[in-house]
Design a protein. Sequence first.
Length: 350
Amino acid sequence: PREGMRDRNRSAAAGRACAHGVHANPGRLAKVRRQGCVFARMGPLRKANLIECYQARNFTVGMCGDGANDCGALRAADVGLSLSDAEASVAAPFTSKNPSIEGVHTLLREGRCALASSIQIFKYMACYSLIQFVSVIILYSVGTLLGDIQYLWIDMGVILPLVFFMARTKASNVLTKIKPTGSLLSPSVLVSLVSQMTIMIAFEIGLFLYLQQQDWYVPLEPPGPDYDPKDAENITCFETTTIFLFSNFQYVIVAVAFSISKPFRAPLYSNYFLLTSIIVILFACTYIVMKPADFLLELLELIELEFNFKFVILGAAAINWALVWLYERFVIVWMFQKFQLARTSRTSTL
């Protein structure tokens, strides 16, 4: 090897030398495999054996190939990329249209983007479910519930377009050494969920308590023996209206917070479908809060709120959004990057 390679404790080996080392000096062969950066003139079986050797040491192994002699190694690798449409494409899970190793760069970016998007969708669906659960618990404590049309609006008008277009965000053009977490129970995911839900619940309960302090507020009558919270007259009340209107904003807030792109996905504004959905939903929610038509109030089983209180709902939603976004952007992303860099440094010393 060259002097520079020797200084970095790297080595190169041919397939015949590796085969000879199996019988002559197994310890030296293990060292060559550990420090090797070039392996040349290897047959199909030796390529597959080399990959299995690295996998035995808990490495994730990728393999590029363009011929029939690469099929075994492509099949054995954790990620196989074929650079041709010939026999190798049958054995490899991925095939590059461009016969160049540039496809590895694209594959890594797209794979990390897909994994990050899956984590994002999981976090959003978990947070959405918990927000709705807390809303129902708050309303049930005073003897009312959300109406059927309100549930339909939340699921079809708010959640469905956001979830559908979240996954359309493209991969980032920059490939960093930071890897996305591969576990739904990783510290960054759990801390993000718990902290964001704590913020959401605090704002929802705070607004509900603030409603009860208003002079114009009329509470529901105490439930009697024949009381049914699903009756229309029990749904159309100040409590249900306030919680429904504010929770609509919260569903959008967490979608924006969890759409923070760095470092695996393109910016949110590059996803035109998601950005348009967010703007339209925010406009619709603001319209329902400020000056909805009479037929819309009747359809959604809402009650007209005091005018100044409508600005309280919008202000609380704006503060909630700012706090959630800043926390996710600076605290969670920073903690994730520190955790992943420490994990990467530990892995590189193996």
